[in-house]
Design a protein around this ligand. Structure first.
Ligand SMILES: Nc1nc2c(ncn2[C@@H]2O[C@H](COP(=O)(O)OP(=O)(O)OP(=O)(O)O)[C@@H](O)[C@H]2O)c(=O)[nH]1
Length: 306
């Protein structure tokens, strides 16, 4: 019997991930396992304290809510969250990972009350590596390899979200499609590799003019699209003009080895009630087509004909 108990204690102590027992009121009742300092900080000092004693209120509230919801549902729940050791009072920062950790928390109700309170077992697994890799993969799947701008897939995804938002909340949404003028001449004169450098620099130049929420995408070879949430037609045209003058006044000497200017032509459209993604794109495209036919280096707006 004693041997079995010893074995059980050994097993519990050797659990690779920390396992907390947390009460319904947010008290740390017990902690076992999670002793590998490569993955976890030592949280043994937390036992007998409450969540609200050791972490900022908003954080503690969140953990408490998870505990209470798990008890209410009476079944295993899985949650993901990031937590830095610096957010927990009394944590030994030097011993353990430096960065904030992404955790997967598996939260299971205990079958009976513990010290007079309902409680859960909370297994916290460090998933930082997995999380970062997933984020990296997501970024790669949304990005154009050459320029770092978003790709067409991301544009279509964002369009779907934003158009739905427009129909629900009437937030304005505009689209610019622009294309480099006579880009074939650049390739012919300086070579494809230099042309690639120009595409990269144009992406950088344009991104500097955009807000965080705007989305610059490489739409085709030398064609770009800019999705502008919360932007009406007038402001979108203004921005398109700014992109046009920014690119037009830039000297591509560094990219091409001699002083050289490149202009862009753009079409602009804005979403209206009853409109859809296809017609928004179509109008911006037709504005671009008209801009090319009007001598290039200009912006043409296309309002919807009702
Ligand atoms: N370097 C480089 N060139 C590209 C890439 N994608 C498309 N292009 C080039 O872009 C050029 C597009 O040529 P056109 O469609 O004739 O258009 P343009 O010369 O820009 O003329 P307009 O659009 O009518 O002003 C071609 O030379 C393509 O090879 C790319 O990824 N890298």
């Amino acid at each position: 019997m004693k041997q079995n108990l010893e074995l059980l204690m050994e097993m519990l102590a050797a659990l690779p991930d920390p396992v907390f027992v947390l009460s319904e009121s947010g008290k740390y009742l017990a902690l076992i396992g999670g002793h590998d300092a490569r993955y976890y900080h030592d949280g043994s000092h937390l036992v007998n304290f409450s969540l609200h004693d050791v972490m900022p209120k908003a954080r503690a509230d969140w953990f408490l809510q998870q505990i209470q919801q798990t008890l209410e549902e009476g079944r295993l729940r899985t949650v993901e969250y990031s937590l830095g050791a610096h957010e927990i009072k009394g944590m030994e920062l030097a011993e353990g990972p430096e960065q904030d950790i992404w955790f997967e928390g598996r939260v299971q109700p205990l079958r009976r009350p513990f010290r007079g309170e309902r409680a859960v077992v909370w297994v916290a697994r460090n998933i930082t590596e997995h999380y970062n890799m997933q984020r990296q993969l997501k970024t790669l799947s949304e990005q154009d390899e050459l320029t770092g701008a978003y790709n067409r897939r991301k544009l279509m995804e964002a369009l779907q979200e934003r158009v739905a938002e427009f129909h629900r909340y009437s937030h304005p949404l505009s689209l610019i499609i622009f294309d480099l003028d006579h880009f074939k001449r650049v390739n012919d004169k300086f070579g494809h590799v230099s042309g690639d450098k120009v595409l990269f620099s144009i992406t950088t130049l344009c991104n500097k003019q955009l807000r965080q929420q705007d989305l610059l995408c490489r739409y085709g070879g030398e064609e770009f699209a800019v999705l502008l949430p919360n932007t009406n037609l007038e402001d979108a045209v203004q921005l398109a003009q700014r992109l046009r003058t920014t690119v037009g006044s830039y000297d591509f000497e560094q990219e091409l080895g001699e002083s050289y200017s490149i202009t862009i032509s753009a079409g602009v459209s804005t979403l209206t009630p009853g409109d859809d993604i296809e017609s928004l794109i179509k109008r911006a495209d037709s504005g671009l087509y008209q801009a090319k036919n009007s001598g290039r280096n200009c912006v043409i707006e296309k309002a919807r004909q009702l």
